[in-house]
Design a protein around this ligand. Structure first.
Ligand SMILES: Nc1ncnc2c1ncn2[C@@H]1O[C@H](COP(=O)(O)OP(=O)(O)OP(=O)(O)O)[C@@H](O)[C@H]1O
Length: 273
Protein backbone atom coordinates (compact mmCIF):
# COMPACT_ATOMS: atom_id res chain seq x y z
CA UNK A 1 0.00 0.00 0.00
CA UNK A 2 1.32 3.47 -0.82
CA UNK A 3 2.22 5.81 2.00
CA UNK A 4 -0.40 8.24 0.63
CA UNK A 5 -3.13 5.62 1.02
CA UNK A 6 -1.90 4.80 4.48
CA UNK A 7 -2.01 8.46 5.37
CA UNK A 8 -5.62 8.59 4.16
CA UNK A 9 -6.49 5.73 6.50
CA UNK A 10 -4.73 7.44 9.38
CA UNK A 11 -6.44 10.77 8.74
CA UNK A 12 -9.82 9.08 8.46
CA UNK A 13 -9.28 7.22 11.73
CA UNK A 14 -7.82 10.20 13.55
CA UNK A 15 -10.96 12.26 12.83
CA UNK A 16 -13.02 10.04 15.13
CA UNK A 17 -13.75 10.79 18.73
CA UNK A 18 -11.34 8.92 21.04
CA UNK A 19 -12.86 5.57 21.91
CA UNK A 20 -13.00 4.82 25.60
CA UNK A 21 -14.26 1.27 25.68
CA UNK A 22 -17.69 0.91 27.30
CA UNK A 23 -18.98 -2.05 29.28
CA UNK A 24 -18.04 -5.31 27.51
CA UNK A 25 -20.96 -6.95 25.70
CA UNK A 26 -18.93 -9.87 24.40
CA UNK A 27 -15.86 -11.36 26.01
CA UNK A 28 -13.45 -14.08 24.97
CA UNK A 29 -10.90 -15.61 27.32
CA UNK A 30 -8.21 -18.05 26.21
CA UNK A 31 -10.16 -18.91 23.08
CA UNK A 32 -8.69 -21.61 20.85
CA UNK A 33 -10.28 -22.96 17.68
CA UNK A 34 -9.19 -26.09 15.85
CA UNK A 35 -10.18 -27.55 12.48
CA UNK A 36 -9.19 -31.17 13.05
CA UNK A 37 -5.52 -30.98 14.07
CA UNK A 38 -5.02 -27.51 12.64
CA UNK A 39 -5.26 -24.63 15.08
CA UNK A 40 -6.91 -21.56 13.54
CA UNK A 41 -7.28 -19.38 16.68
CA UNK A 42 -4.61 -19.29 19.38
CA UNK A 43 -5.36 -18.22 22.92
CA UNK A 44 -7.32 -15.10 22.06
CA UNK A 45 -8.55 -12.71 24.75
CA UNK A 46 -10.83 -9.82 23.89
CA UNK A 47 -13.51 -7.53 25.31
CA UNK A 48 -15.98 -6.10 22.81
CA UNK A 49 -17.72 -2.99 24.20
CA UNK A 50 -21.48 -2.64 23.95
CA UNK A 51 -23.15 -0.26 21.48
CA UNK A 52 -20.03 0.29 19.44
CA UNK A 53 -18.32 -1.11 16.37
CA UNK A 54 -15.25 -3.32 16.57
CA UNK A 55 -13.42 -4.23 13.35
CA UNK A 56 -11.43 -7.44 12.91
CA UNK A 57 -8.64 -6.95 10.37
CA UNK A 58 -5.69 -9.05 9.23
CA UNK A 59 -4.33 -11.00 6.28
CA UNK A 60 -6.36 -13.68 4.55
CA UNK A 61 -6.57 -16.89 6.56
CA UNK A 62 -5.55 -15.29 9.88
CA UNK A 63 -8.78 -16.48 11.57
CA UNK A 64 -11.02 -13.39 11.60
CA UNK A 65 -14.15 -15.19 10.37
CA UNK A 66 -13.46 -18.23 12.55
CA UNK A 67 -13.23 -16.05 15.64
CA UNK A 68 -16.31 -14.01 14.67
CA UNK A 69 -18.35 -17.22 14.36
CA UNK A 70 -17.48 -18.14 17.97
CA UNK A 71 -19.93 -15.49 19.20
CA UNK A 72 -23.05 -17.15 17.79
CA UNK A 73 -21.80 -20.73 17.68
CA UNK A 74 -21.82 -20.84 13.89
CA UNK A 75 -18.69 -22.99 14.15
CA UNK A 76 -21.00 -25.73 15.51
CA UNK A 77 -22.15 -26.20 11.92
CA UNK A 78 -18.63 -27.34 10.89
CA UNK A 79 -18.18 -30.92 12.14
CA UNK A 80 -14.35 -30.83 12.37
CA UNK A 81 -14.34 -27.53 14.23
CA UNK A 82 -13.65 -27.48 17.98
CA UNK A 83 -13.75 -24.39 20.18
CA UNK A 84 -12.26 -24.11 23.67
CA UNK A 85 -12.08 -21.23 26.14
CA UNK A 86 -14.60 -18.97 27.79
CA UNK A 87 -16.86 -16.91 25.50
CA UNK A 88 -19.66 -14.81 26.94
CA UNK A 89 -22.45 -12.44 26.00
CA UNK A 90 -22.88 -10.35 29.14
CA UNK A 91 -22.47 -13.03 31.79
CA UNK A 92 -24.02 -15.84 29.71
CA UNK A 93 -21.59 -18.62 28.71
CA UNK A 94 -22.12 -18.95 24.95
CA UNK A 95 -20.79 -22.52 24.91
CA UNK A 96 -23.03 -23.69 27.75
CA UNK A 97 -24.46 -27.02 26.56
CA UNK A 98 -27.86 -26.07 28.03
CA UNK A 99 -28.01 -22.86 25.98
CA UNK A 100 -30.62 -22.82 23.20
CA UNK A 101 -28.56 -22.01 20.10
CA UNK A 102 -31.61 -20.74 18.19
CA UNK A 103 -32.21 -18.19 20.97
CA UNK A 104 -28.50 -17.30 21.01
CA UNK A 105 -28.58 -16.59 17.27
CA UNK A 106 -31.60 -14.34 17.76
CA UNK A 107 -29.55 -12.37 20.32
CA UNK A 108 -26.43 -12.46 18.15
CA UNK A 109 -27.47 -11.95 14.53
CA UNK A 110 -25.20 -12.35 11.54
CA UNK A 111 -24.82 -10.74 8.14
CA UNK A 112 -22.72 -12.60 5.60
CA UNK A 113 -20.35 -11.64 2.82
CA UNK A 114 -22.81 -12.53 0.08
CA UNK A 115 -26.35 -11.22 0.60
CA UNK A 116 -28.52 -14.30 1.19
CA UNK A 117 -32.21 -13.34 1.28
CA UNK A 118 -34.67 -16.23 1.41
CA UNK A 119 -36.38 -16.92 -1.94
CA UNK A 120 -39.52 -15.35 -0.52
CA UNK A 121 -41.15 -11.93 -0.56
CA UNK A 122 -39.46 -8.89 0.93
CA UNK A 123 -42.14 -8.92 3.64
CA UNK A 124 -41.63 -12.60 4.47
CA UNK A 125 -37.84 -12.21 4.67
CA UNK A 126 -38.30 -9.81 7.57
CA UNK A 127 -41.43 -11.35 9.11
CA UNK A 128 -40.08 -14.91 9.25
CA UNK A 129 -37.81 -14.51 12.30
CA UNK A 130 -40.26 -12.65 14.57
CA UNK A 131 -42.94 -15.19 13.64
CA UNK A 132 -40.92 -18.35 14.37
CA UNK A 133 -39.55 -16.85 17.58
CA UNK A 134 -43.12 -16.04 18.63
CA UNK A 135 -42.19 -12.38 19.16
CA UNK A 136 -45.31 -11.09 17.42
CA UNK A 137 -48.68 -12.80 17.29
CA UNK A 138 -50.91 -10.53 15.21
CA UNK A 139 -50.75 -9.52 11.57
CA UNK A 140 -50.78 -5.86 12.59
CA UNK A 141 -47.87 -6.43 14.97
CA UNK A 142 -45.96 -8.20 12.25
CA UNK A 143 -46.64 -5.37 9.79
CA UNK A 144 -45.21 -2.96 12.34
CA UNK A 145 -42.05 -5.03 12.93
CA UNK A 146 -41.49 -5.36 9.17
CA UNK A 147 -41.90 -1.61 8.67
CA UNK A 148 -39.69 -0.64 11.62
CA UNK A 149 -36.96 -3.11 10.67
CA UNK A 150 -36.92 -1.99 7.04
CA UNK A 151 -36.79 1.64 8.20
CA UNK A 152 -33.87 0.94 10.55
CA UNK A 153 -32.11 -0.81 7.69
CA UNK A 154 -32.66 2.22 5.46
CA UNK A 155 -34.67 0.23 2.90
CA UNK A 156 -38.31 1.13 3.63
CA UNK A 157 -38.70 3.95 1.13
CA UNK A 158 -37.29 1.82 -1.67
CA UNK A 159 -39.53 -1.21 -1.05
CA UNK A 160 -42.69 -0.05 0.74
CA UNK A 161 -44.76 -0.30 -2.44
CA UNK A 162 -43.55 -3.76 -3.38
CA UNK A 163 -43.35 -5.74 -0.17
CA UNK A 164 -44.75 -8.81 -1.93
CA UNK A 165 -42.00 -8.87 -4.57
CA UNK A 166 -39.23 -11.41 -4.15
CA UNK A 167 -36.28 -10.38 -1.97
CA UNK A 168 -33.93 -11.96 -4.48
CA UNK A 169 -35.07 -9.46 -7.14
CA UNK A 170 -33.48 -6.53 -5.29
CA UNK A 171 -30.05 -5.11 -6.15
CA UNK A 172 -27.06 -6.51 -4.23
CA UNK A 173 -26.92 -3.49 -1.91
CA UNK A 174 -30.66 -3.62 -1.29
CA UNK A 175 -30.44 -7.38 -0.62
CA UNK A 176 -27.73 -6.76 1.96
CA UNK A 177 -29.89 -4.11 3.66
CA UNK A 178 -32.79 -6.60 3.56
CA UNK A 179 -30.54 -9.12 5.33
CA UNK A 180 -29.72 -6.46 7.93
CA UNK A 181 -33.48 -5.77 8.34
CA UNK A 182 -34.02 -9.51 8.78
CA UNK A 183 -31.35 -9.61 11.49
CA UNK A 184 -32.77 -6.54 13.25
CA UNK A 185 -36.36 -7.87 13.17
CA UNK A 186 -35.74 -10.32 16.03
CA UNK A 187 -34.33 -7.53 18.25
CA UNK A 188 -30.76 -8.82 18.54
CA UNK A 189 -28.25 -7.32 20.94
CA UNK A 190 -25.26 -7.98 18.69
CA UNK A 191 -24.83 -8.04 14.91
CA UNK A 192 -21.85 -9.91 13.48
CA UNK A 193 -20.89 -8.81 9.98
CA UNK A 194 -18.53 -10.93 7.93
CA UNK A 195 -17.22 -8.73 5.11
CA UNK A 196 -20.73 -7.35 4.49
CA UNK A 197 -19.65 -5.03 1.67
CA UNK A 198 -17.26 -7.21 -0.28
CA UNK A 199 -19.88 -8.00 -2.95
CA UNK A 200 -21.12 -4.40 -3.18
CA UNK A 201 -20.22 -1.39 -5.30
CA UNK A 202 -18.86 1.79 -3.65
CA UNK A 203 -22.27 3.49 -3.42
CA UNK A 204 -23.96 0.47 -1.83
CA UNK A 205 -20.92 0.14 0.45
CA UNK A 206 -21.23 3.76 1.58
CA UNK A 207 -24.93 3.17 2.33
CA UNK A 208 -24.12 0.14 4.51
CA UNK A 209 -21.37 2.08 6.30
CA UNK A 210 -23.82 4.90 7.09
CA UNK A 211 -26.23 2.29 8.35
CA UNK A 212 -23.60 0.73 10.62
CA UNK A 213 -22.99 4.17 12.08
CA UNK A 214 -26.70 4.51 12.90
CA UNK A 215 -27.13 0.93 14.16
CA UNK A 216 -24.36 1.19 16.74
CA UNK A 217 -26.65 3.44 18.83
CA UNK A 218 -28.69 0.32 19.62
CA UNK A 219 -26.55 -2.70 18.79
CA UNK A 220 -23.06 -4.00 19.40
CA UNK A 221 -21.49 -4.58 16.00
CA UNK A 222 -18.45 -6.67 15.10
CA UNK A 223 -17.31 -6.42 11.50
CA UNK A 224 -14.70 -8.44 9.62
CA UNK A 225 -13.25 -6.37 6.82
CA UNK A 226 -10.39 -6.53 4.34
CA UNK A 227 -10.64 -2.80 3.83
CA UNK A 228 -8.57 -0.82 6.28
CA UNK A 229 -10.31 2.34 5.06
CA UNK A 230 -13.61 0.75 6.02
CA UNK A 231 -12.32 -0.28 9.44
CA UNK A 232 -11.07 3.28 9.96
CA UNK A 233 -14.36 4.77 8.85
CA UNK A 234 -16.82 2.62 10.79
CA UNK A 235 -15.17 1.28 13.93
CA UNK A 236 -14.33 2.68 17.35
CA UNK A 237 -11.97 -0.20 18.08
CA UNK A 238 -9.92 -2.48 15.87
CA UNK A 239 -8.41 -5.90 16.49
CA UNK A 240 -5.53 -7.04 14.28
CA UNK A 241 -5.13 -10.79 13.79
CA UNK A 242 -2.13 -12.61 12.34
CA UNK A 243 -1.72 -16.39 12.01
CA UNK A 244 -4.54 -17.05 14.48
CA UNK A 245 -3.16 -14.68 17.12
CA UNK A 246 -4.83 -11.45 18.21
CA UNK A 247 -1.72 -9.31 17.91
CA UNK A 248 -3.15 -5.99 18.99
CA UNK A 249 -6.52 -4.49 19.91
CA UNK A 250 -7.19 -0.86 20.65
CA UNK A 251 -8.89 2.38 19.69
CA UNK A 252 -9.06 2.47 15.90
CA UNK A 253 -7.15 5.75 15.62
CA UNK A 254 -4.35 4.31 17.78
CA UNK A 255 -4.15 1.10 15.72
CA UNK A 256 -3.89 3.06 12.47
CA UNK A 257 -1.73 5.96 13.59
CA UNK A 258 0.42 4.48 16.33
CA UNK A 259 0.37 0.66 16.39
CA UNK A 260 2.35 -0.89 19.22
CA UNK A 261 3.34 -4.08 17.43
CA UNK A 262 5.64 -4.29 14.42
CA UNK A 263 3.33 -6.86 12.76
CA UNK A 264 0.40 -4.41 12.94
CA UNK A 265 2.56 -1.62 11.56
CA UNK A 266 3.79 -3.84 8.71
CA UNK A 267 0.22 -4.82 7.83
CA UNK A 268 -1.28 -1.36 7.84
CA UNK A 269 1.62 0.03 5.83
CA UNK A 270 1.19 -2.75 3.26
CA UNK A 271 4.45 -4.61 3.94
CA UNK A 272 2.63 -7.92 4.05
CA UNK A 273 -0.78 -9.40 3.57
N1 LIG B 1 -14.37 -25.17 7.33
C1 LIG B 1 -13.04 -25.20 7.48
N2 LIG B 1 -12.37 -26.37 7.47
C2 LIG B 1 -11.04 -26.41 7.64
N3 LIG B 1 -10.26 -25.32 7.80
C3 LIG B 1 -10.86 -24.13 7.80
C4 LIG B 1 -12.29 -23.99 7.64
N4 LIG B 1 -12.60 -22.68 7.68
C5 LIG B 1 -11.44 -22.02 7.85
N5 LIG B 1 -10.40 -22.88 7.92
C6 LIG B 1 -8.98 -22.54 8.10
O1 LIG B 1 -8.87 -21.74 9.28
C7 LIG B 1 -7.95 -20.67 9.06
C8 LIG B 1 -8.65 -19.36 9.34
O2 LIG B 1 -9.65 -19.17 8.34
P1 LIG B 1 -10.67 -17.95 8.38
O3 LIG B 1 -11.61 -18.12 7.25
O4 LIG B 1 -11.21 -17.82 9.74
O5 LIG B 1 -9.67 -16.73 8.14
P2 LIG B 1 -10.00 -15.24 7.68
O6 LIG B 1 -8.99 -14.38 8.36
O7 LIG B 1 -11.42 -14.93 7.92
O8 LIG B 1 -9.70 -15.33 6.13
P3 LIG B 1 -10.26 -14.46 4.92
O9 LIG B 1 -9.86 -13.05 5.22
O10 LIG B 1 -9.53 -15.01 3.72
O11 LIG B 1 -11.74 -14.66 4.85
C9 LIG B 1 -7.43 -20.82 7.63
O12 LIG B 1 -6.22 -21.50 7.66
C10 LIG B 1 -8.50 -21.64 6.96
O13 LIG B 1 -7.96 -22.42 5.93
Amino acid sequence: MSSVRNLEIAVSAAGKAPAQPGRPKLTGRNVNVFYGDKQAIKDVNVDIPERSVMAFIGPSGCGKSTFLRCFNRMNDTIPICRVTGDIRIDTQDINDKALDVVQLRARVGMVFQKPNPFPKSIYENVAYGPRIHGLVRTRLGLDQVVETSLKKAGLWNEVKDRLNDSGTGLSGGQQQRLCIARAIAVSPEVILMDEPCSALDPIATARIEELIDELKQNFTIVIVTHSMQQAARVSERTAFFHLGVLVEEGATDQIFTNPRDKRTRDYITGRFG
